[in-house]
Design a binder for this molecule. Structure first.
Ligand SMILES: [Zn+2]
Length: 72
């Protein structure tokens, strides 16, 4: 486990922890061999699944913005 400093991950919206990690998981769902997901190293909050590391990072960062004022 480690911090991915090469990616610009925003701090956790739930606990404020800035050490967000990326995990690559073999999921077998949706026809994919694997998927990436951002996980808070402190409270364990997880972001949406991404097709690759950068996608997972984008989803994590975007979710923080959306979740603050959207209901969808
Ligand atoms: Zn957290």
């Amino acid at each position: 486990m480690g911090v991915y400093e090469g990616f610009n991950l925003k701090p956790c919206p739930f606990c404020g922890n800035a050490e967000i990690i990326l995990s690559i998981t073999d999921c077998g769902d949706n026809g994919r061999d694997s998927a990436d997901i951002a996980i808070c190293g402190d409270c364990g909050a997880v972001g949406p699944w991404g097709n690759d590391e950068q996608h997972a990072v984008d989803l994590w960062n975007n979710r923080i913005v959306r979740s603050s004022h959207e209901h969808k």
